[in-house]
Design a protein around this ligand. Structure first.
Ligand code: SF4
Length: 434
């Protein structure tokens, strides 16, 4: 009987892509991949460390897995494993903790998967990390969207962020290798490739390449598919990228852009590389070329020094900004970050209150964007399986669409007329072209 391995991933799309790649390596070695809720012989948890809560969640998942499969060989990888390996190794039953580079060579570090008395920790100096570790993943076992890792690490020094400590310096996958991988993904039947990384806009910066060059090469890959950029820093969202999206049917008119704060003072304390003037200019330029573009924005509330007045500045800035949704995060103290030394800590209940205010604003903007789309015909990628009575998918500009269930729509790109708003979905009719 083959050995069984179960995976659980926390955090970003990059982690999902990397877990999927590790999963394929296990399958190639004869392992059967089972659901995380099942008993298995090997358990691997790929962790995140973006908040204290993510650390807690990782420890909880490891303990849960050990209760379910006390004999399983337990491996922990990911950002938390790189940053705090000792905390994970001290959980009784953990066998191996691998750092951010070591996880790409997992089978060099373990072969027999025999449980030992103590955890082994193999975590190198992240300052020396230069391996890329190519990866791609399907979304939740679906064959619709694939997250393709094109870049890893970050050279920025945002004062709240622990990612450069966990993932090292910015590095990118070779352009030809990335294009070949994209062609392979399209050949496997995926209809959307989401370009993923820690700082995707920094793609190729150290090798004289650029994201716009990569996009141009990817758009030339033949096939019925489209490309989405997972997220891009405002200072790296160039006019060339925006123009390319306006000129190409394959590059989705959807940008997810981290703002983090609408207050210039807070942005300085965060050590971000732009001010609100630049941000507004980028949004204006996007909408000039792509008036129906989906625009998602990340915001952090409760950063040290964010007074009531400065939060108010952010709120008022966002009320006036034409975007389609927000991702709101409450600031979380992270060890070894510069922000820890800043004064003006915001009490947790106040962080929650500010977060709640922005979530309500986000829902209003999302609903307004959906209403404004009514009467438009947009390209929808329908997901496999749908949701209950509905076939569901996203438009190119990231509106969630639902239509009466029709299995023949699964994993196809169709032009859909948007006719009404139904809860979280926009209703569509007439999936006209295959
Ligand atoms: S750009 Fe800033 S927030 Fe984003 S990964 Fe780099 S350091 Fe972290």
């Amino acid at each position: 009987m083959p050995k069984r391995v179960a995976f659980h991933t926390l955090g970003c799309k990059l982690n999902y892509a990397e877990t999927a790649t590790i999963g394929r390596a296990f399958s190639e070695r004869g392992f059967e991949v089972v659901d995380f809720t099942e008993v298995s012989d090997v358990v691997l948890v790929n962790t995140c460390s973006v908040t204290e809560n993510a650390d807690r969640e990782a420890r909880k998942l490891v303990r849960q897995a050990l209760r379910r499969s006390p004999e399983a060989y337990v491996i922990v990888v990911g950002c938390y494993a790189q940053l705090r390996p000792e905390q994970l190794a001290s959980i009784e039953g953990v066998d191996l903790v691998l750092g951010s580079q070591e996880k790409f060579r997992l089978f060099d570090h373990v072969s027999t998967f025999d449980k030992g008395a103590y955890a082994r920790v193999v975590v190198g100096d992240i300052g020396e990390a230069d391996d890329f570790g190519p990866a791609f993943a399907a979304e939740a076992g679906d064959r619709t969207r694939s997250f393709l890792k094109v870049q890893d690490g970050c050279d920025y020094t945002c004062s709240f962020c622990t990612i450069p400590l966990a993932r090292g310096a910015s590095r990118s996958q070779d352009l030809d290798a990335t294009v070949a991988q994209a062609a392979d993904i399209v050949a496997r039947g995926f209809k959307e490739i989401v370009l993923s990384g820690v700082n995707v806009g920094d793609y190729g910066a150290k090798s004289g390449r650029s994201l716009v060059e990569l996009l141009g090469a990817l758009l030339a890959v033949p096939g019925d598919f489209r490309i989405r950029i997972s997220s891009i820093e405002p200072n790296l969202l160039t006019d060339d990228i925006i123009r390319l999206a306006a000129d190409s049917e394959k590059l989705c008119p959807h940008f997810h852009i981290p703002l983090q704060s609408g207050s210039g003072d807070v942005l300085k304390r965060m050590r971000r590389r732009y001010n609100t003037g630049l941000f507004t200019d980028r949004i204006d330029t996007v909408l000039r070329f792509l008036p129906e573009c989906g625009l998602g924005i990340d915001v952090i509330v409760g950063f040290p020094g964010e007074t009531d007045a400065l939060f108010d500045e952010t709120y008022r800035y966002l009320v006036d900004l034409p975007f389609s949704y927000l991702h709101v995060f409450s600031y979380s103290e992270r060890p070894e970050t510069h922000a820890l030394s800043l004064d003006g800590s915001v009490p947790h209940p106040e962080r929650a209150r500010r977060s709640g205010m922005l979530r309500i604003l986000s829902e209003k903007k999302r609903a307004a964007f959906a209403r404004a789309s009514l009467g438009q015909t947009r390209r929808v990628l329908f997901e496999t399986g749908g949701e209950g009575e509905l076939s569901t998918g996203f438009t190119d500009n990231y509106i969630r669409v639902g239509m009466p269930r029709d299995a023949s729509l699964d994993n196809t790109l169709r032009d859909v007329l948007l006719t009404g708003v139904d809860g979280i979905h926009v209703r569509g009719i007439g999936a006209v072209s295959a």
